[in-house]
Ligand binder design. Structure first.
Ligand code: NAD
Length: 498
């Protein structure tokens, strides 16, 4: 354990960060200050990069890609770098978790567990770097042999959100590195610290300069310029569906860069009467409160069989009231602060809309006065109609809307009544029912009798307006490659000109 993790006090002065291009730290002319969402004090100061900075970063990533210092080495050598990064991350786990808490407001115990997940991402990607391969066709006749090569796509732009700044980063960076690509990362302007700390770690393990570059600053300037950049070959964007749509337009209007999009969700948790109701209620409370509901895979629509709905809602209210909400630097805290003031207002507005539209508030709905932070009690609305705003929109906060169903078909119809298709959780002891519902509900990630389980071996991504492509696992590495079909003639050519 390092010094910071033992003391867990707030920093006396905000930590200042530069940005990282071509293996060098640069200083920003303008800095933006981030305050701890839970304590209200300034914790970091990060550069507002310009489009010139972005152009420098893309040029560095392009040089590093073309000089083959990364793409040209073996998968085994790339795996070595990734495994060394995992080791250093293990040593610096508590420090990275601490900065994640200070900028994001999530509980320290959760942040540490997330960094453990990040270490696993580096280890998994190391394995995938060695195993990445193409295909061959020995079936084209005696005169021709076919090979399918996988090549790194080139320079990747990576734009990440503020809800899981380091976890989302690490569900992508090691897999991009495993493919042989180089990259420019733009973290969310409110949570940039840990993305910059990763630059220190990757430098220490000997990643060639220019392979990992970080520019910081607002999405509407630097992010938009990345989406429009003609020398970025692929953009991996994680954030809201609205901004994802804007990236699609920007890609179409520039160089048709390939896009990976991980966007919003309005995820169902379907509870059948035959399930273990205690387990399901615990999962539902976790599914909506974890990370204060600021989670793309939060289960924000409870779809419960009518015969047990009253009993289930009672169980759930009792569990939600026992969640420990408070100072994220306290080891015992389960739910921390709302990350941004704008998000806080959005959540409170939706709670007011739910009341106005006639949904029944069963628990929560109020602001919690805890120090100088922004805290909202986990909230459950019952009797929600499918046309209400709290039924349709991604709130991105701890607000759960409850619906009832009588038949399997009705449960599936409610679950699919959304433009999103990111994740779903299903609770039943009946295997037939579990498989029928799993097949018919549109979601990129499915949990049966569990919720938010998994690891970096499993691909992540959404159906419908929740996105394009997959991250993590072998699928996640392949996403950053392009395929080349090679035809090799064997023997003398049969001449066309007689
Ligand atoms: P956001 O879309 O506001 O911002 C995400 C990132 O995009 C930030 O880095 C931001 O600076 C940048 N950005 C903003 N405007 C941009 C523009 N015009 N062009 C390019 N980049 C721009 O999202 P957020 O508020 O940071 O995160 C919350 C949203 O992200 C939610 O909708 C949530 O569901 C989604 N999300 C999805 C996943 C997933 O894996 N599907 C994971 C986490 C978050």
């Amino acid at each position: 354990m390092d010094q910071i993790a033992r003391t867990l006090s707030l920093p006396e002065t905000p930590r200042e960060f530069g940005f990282f291009i071509d293996g060098e730290w640069r200083h920003g002319r303008e800095l933006a200050e981030q305050r701890s969402p839970a304590h209200g004090v300034p914790v970091t100061r990060v550069a507002r990069c310009t489009t010139d900075d972005l152009n420098d970063a893309v040029a560095a990533a392009r040089r590093a890609f073309e000089d083959r210092s990364w793409a040209g080495i073996s998968g085994g050598e790339r795996a070595g770098v990734l495994l060394r990064a995992a080791e250093i991350l293990r040593r610096r786990r508590d420090e990275v978790a601490y900065w994640e808490v200070l900028e994001n407001g999530k509980p320290i115990a959760q942040a540490r567990a997330e960094i453990e997940g990040c270490i696993a991402c580096f280890e998994t990607a190391a394995g995938a770097a060695r195993l990445l391969h193409g295909d061959s066709f020995n079936s084209l006749g005696d005169g021709l042999f076919g090979m399918v090569l996988r090549e790194p796509i080139g320079v990747v732009g990576l734009i990440t959100p503020w809800n899981f700044p380091f976890l989302i980063l690490c569900e992508r960076v090691p897999f991009i590195l495993a493919s042989g690509c180089t990259m420019v990362v733009k973290p969310s302007e409110v949570t940039s610290a840990t993305t910059l700390i990763l630059a220190e770690i990757l430098t220490e393990v000997g990643l060639p300069k220019g392979v990992y570059n970080v520019v910081t600053g607002p999405g509407r300037s630097v992010g938009q310029a990345m989406a429009e950049h003609a020398d970025i070959d692929m953009l991996s964007f994680t954030g809201s569906t609205g901004m994802g749509r804007s990236c699609v337009h920007a890609a179409a209007d520039s160089n048709f860069k390939k896009l990976g999009l991980e966007l919003g969700g309005k995820n169902p948790i379907i509870v059948f009467a035959d399930s273990d109701l205690e387990d399901a209620a615990d999962a539902a409370a976790f599914g909506i409160s974890f990370n204060t509901g600021q989670c793309c895979v939060s289960s924000s629509r409870l779809i419960v069989e009518a015969s047990v709905a009253d009993e289930f809602e009672r169980l759930l209210v009792e569990k939600m009231a026992r969640i420990r909400i408070g100072d994220p630097l306290d080891e015992a805290t389960q739910v921390g602060a709302i990350t941004t003031e704008a998000q806080n207002r959005t959540i409170l507005d939706y709670i007011a809309k739910g009341r106005d539209e006639g949904a029944r508030l069963l628990t929560g709905g109020e602001v919690l006065e805890i120090g100088a932070g922004r805290f909202i009690a986990p909230t459950l609305f019952s009797g929600v109609r499918r046309d209400m705003a709290i039924a349709r929109d991604e709130i991105f906060g701890p607000v759960l809307s409850s619906f009832r169903f009588e038949t399997v078909d009705e449960a599936i119809a409610i679950a699919n009544d959304t433009v999103y298709g990111l994740a779903a959780s299903l609770w039943t002891k009946d295997l037939d029912k579990a498989l029928v519902v799993t097949r018919r509900v549109s979601a990129g990630r499915f949990w049966v009798n569990t919720i938010m389980a998994g690891g970096p071996e499993m691909p992540l991504g959404g159906f419908k307006q929740s996105g394009w492509g997959r991250e993590a696992g072998v699928y996640g590495v392949e996403e950053y490659t392009q395929i080349k079909s090679v035809h090799v003639e064997i023997g003398k050519r049969k001449h066309w000109i007689g």
